[in-house]
Design a protein around this ligand. Structure first.
Ligand SMILES: [Fe+2]
Length: 371
């Protein structure tokens, strides 16, 4: 049987409900309610993928309903229908109600169908990400000794599904390793560097795609959400003794030498050594791979940028170690563009030449649809 998403429609006007039902009823299973309270009652019984609510209703408003529905069904996607420009209600809705999108009335049937389709794709992506987090935690919890197969599968899955530039975390782990090797790190440190590189950004699974793929600068609110990702990464790794040092490195991988980083504004040697290394590796990969909002700046410029910010953001010792490993123009990189793994992790389906391309397409689509 084909899975049909359940959509809850909420509007106090029966005629509006019928209209929505006519547009969406062919493709989805529809539940409907004529008030916020009735909608909450339905959510106590049924799990839905999407809630579409009118804003202006007697009793609970759409925003209030969508906020209260979070406690009953945190995973559902929420869309608000607004018939007038109530800016404050929208701001509240977006800030506290986790609204995916608002749709201005009168809506166009084709536009609405497309918005619903996209919303349900977001729902599916989020569900598969949640499953991935669970798999990750149980895989990590089971590890007595690092299982190469498990970590490989994990890294491939994370990069393919969750990262905004395919292969980013694997490349960061390799650059971090390259630095560790130049400095003669012991095996246990190399192992932790590689793991920290792979796991550093997994907390981004919880950052909405609209922020991850935003082509322009992030506003304050978006920056705050983005800045939570190292802490979220730590939470996702969970409570495993053998990952204590990896977690510390992951937590501080956005701290800058001069104290301008996050989450704790640590300075200089206060920043754990592995975190300072991952920062350099992360920045190098960010500059040398294509992102939704800009293309690679090339190895030569990346080299001069690293040197320019050495002593401010980056630890100069690690900048030089990386550059001696990869070459001033990336000329020492192996044919597939990345240094070798220590744990024996494979890149699987990830093609470094395609890195970021899929996400450029996605960013263009987001811009076009205005989602
Ligand atoms: Fe990060």
């Amino acid at each position: 049987m084909i899975f049909r998403h359940k959509i809850l429609l909420v509007d106090d006007e029966p005629a509006n409900l019928r209209l929505l039902q006519r547009v969406l009823g062919r493709d989805y299973e529809i539940l409907s309610a004529q008030s916020g309270t009735a909608a909450l009652d339905i959510l106590k019984q049924s799990k839905v993928s999407l809630i579409i609510s009118d804003q202006r209703m007697p009793g609970l408003t759409g925003v209030q309903l969508l906020q209260q529905s979070l406690a009953l069904d945190p995973d559902a996607i929420r869309i608000l229908l607004t018939g007038y420009t109530d800016i404050q209600a929208l701001i509240d809705a977006i800030n506290t109600g986790q609204i995916y999108k608002y749709v201005q009335k009168p809506w166009d049937a084709e536009d609405l169908k497309l918005t619903v389709k996209r919303a349900l794709e977001a729902y599916e992506l989020r569900s598969s990400n949640l499953k991935l987090i669970k798999d990750l935690q149980s895989a990590l919890a089971k590890l007595e000794n690092i299982s190469i197969g498990t970590i490989t599968a994990l890294a491939n899955a994370l990069d393919a599904k969750c990262d905004y530039t395919s292969g980013h975390s694997l490349r960061v782990s390799r650059y971090a390793l390259a630095i560790g090797r130049v400095l003669g790190f012991a095996d246990d440190q190399l192992k932790d560097l590689e793991l920290a590189g792979i796991l550093h950004d997994i907390g981004k699974i919880g950052v909405p795609e609209s922020i991850l793929w935003k082509p322009g600068r992030l506003n304050d609110e978006e920056q705050k959400i983005m800045a939570m990702h190292p802490l979220k990464s730590v939470q996702m790794i969970g409570d495993i003794e053998q990952f204590e040092r990896v977690k510390l490195w992951v937590k501080h991988h956005h701290e800058h030498l001069d104290g301008s980083g996050y989450p704790d504004r640590l300075t200089g040697k206060e920043i754990p050594i592995g975190a300072r290394i991952v920062l350099v590796a992360d920045a190098y990969d960010a500059m040398t791979s294509d992102r939704p909002y800009r293309m690679s700046i090339g190895f030569e410029r990346a080299t001069s940028e690293l040197r320019k910010f050495a002593g401010k953001q980056f630890d100069p010792e690690f900048v030089e170690a990386l550059l001696s490993a990869v070459g001033e123009n990336g000329e020492h990189l192996s044919s597939n563009g990345i240094p070798e793994s220590f744990l024996g992790l494979q890149l699987g389906s990830i093609d470094p030449l395609q890195s970021g391309k899929q996400h450029l397409v996605e960013a263009a689509r987001l811009r076009q649809t205005g989602l």
